[in-house]
Design a protein around this ligand. Sequence first.
Ligand code: AMP
Length: 440
Amino acid sequence: MTTVATPANFTELGLIPPLLARLTELEYQQPTPIQAQAIPSVLAGRDLIAGANTGSGKTATFALPLLQQLSQQLETKKASAGKNSQGNYVTGLILVPTRELAKQVADSVKSYAAHLNGKIKTVAVFGGVSANTQMLALRGGTDILVATPGRLLDLISSNAIKLDKVATLVLDEADRMLSLGFTEELSALLALLPKKKQTLLFSATFPEQVKSLTQELLNNPFEIQVQSADASTLVQRVFTVNKGDKTAVLAYLIQQHQWRQALIFVNAKHHCEHLAEKLAKRGITAAVFHGDKGQGERSRVLDGFKSGEIEVLIATDIAARGLDIEKLPVVINFNLPRSPSDYMHRIGRSGRAGEVGLALSLIDYEDYHHFSVIEKKNKIRLEREQVEGFEVDEVENAALLAELIAENKPMAKPEGTGKKKRKKKTTINADIWAGHSELE
Ligand code: AMP
C-alpha cells in the first residue's frame, strides 16, 4: 500500500471550477491525504483500494471525481441526449452498509454538487422506510444512487432501477457490509453490473472476505492506506474499574469533565435504555440510538446529536460506522466491542478530520483479556489507569479472576492485579486533563 505524502492544493488535483468553488465555500483548505493521493488517479479512471475510515475525507475522494465525470459526460452529451439519467438506469452506484450512511453520503454528494446547477440527480435508497417514495424518486433513472444492498435488490426486482449501465461502482465500508451479512446481496448485485466499469473500494480493515472481494472486482487498482484515528489527534485511554462501579465512574467522568458531547457505546440494544435510566437517576440525560428504534426516531436522535441538542448519546455499534458527527470530543466504550476492528471504528467517531479527540474504555476484570486482544490486533498498548475515588479492589478482582479461570473461561491476568507486581496507578487529576481543555 502507498504511504501518504504531503497533501497538495485542491486546484492541483484537476478538479473543475464548480467543485473547487464549493470546496472553498465548505472551507476545505487543503485535501486530506487520501484526497490528495487518490483523486487524480480516480479522475483518470483507475480503480482504487483505499484503507480508510470515516473521518479521513473518503466521501469527497469518491464523490468529487464521480461528480466531475458525470458533469463532463453531460457536457459532451448535451447536443444529443441532453440528460445523464435516462430510463431506469443508474450511472454511479455507491453501496453502503447502513441507512444512516446512505443518507449521509447522499447529502454530502448533493452538497459537493451545489454548483453543478442541479444537473446531477442523486438519490438515496435504504430499508426501514416505505419503498414507494424511493421508487418515485428513481423514475427516469438517476445519475448517482447511494444504496444499502438489501433495499437495492428489492428495487431491482420491482424494476424500479437497472444496473446495466453503471459506469462507476463505489463500495463504501466494504468490511462492514460483509460483516453485517450482506455477502449474498453483494454477490447478487455484482452479478448485475457491467464488467467494464470503474470500481472504488473503501474499507477500514481488510479481512479475508474483503481481500477476495478486491481480487474479484478490481483491475490494476491504485492502493492507498490512511488512518483517520491518527495518534496525534486521538488520545486513547483505558480505565480499570470494579464491575459494580462502571455506571458510577461513567457518570462521574461525564459530570467532572463537562464534555460538550459524549458518545457511549454499549453492546446490546436493551443496555442502551438500561444505562440511560441509570444515568438519569444520577442527573444525566442521555438519548439512545440502536437498531430497534424506528427510522423516524433514529433520524430525530441523530439530528439532535448532530445539532448538539443531545449531549449524551448511548448507542450500539450501529452508530459506530460512518456517522459524521462533527468534532465529537469523546467516545466512551462502556462495553468493549466484540471485534477489535469495531474498536477502531468506534473510536474513529472522535478526533475527526484533524480535531483533537478522546477515546475512553472502561474495563472490569471480565474485560481484561478481551481488551488485551483488542490492543494486540490493533497494535496499540495503553497504560491501565484508575479513576480517583473509584480505585479497583485488587484483592477482590484477583479472586474473581481466579474464579473465572477455574471455570475455564479464557481470561488473561491483567497487569497490576497480581499481589506481587502492583501496577503504577494513574489517577485523573487536573494536570492529566489539562491537555483536553480544548475539547470542552
Ligand atoms: P468523511 O471521512 O468523508 O466522512 O469526512 C469526514 C469529515 O471531514 C466530514 O465532515 C467532511 O465534511 C470533512 N472533510 C472532508 N474533507 C475535508 C477537507 N479536505 N478539509 C476539511 N474537512 C474535510
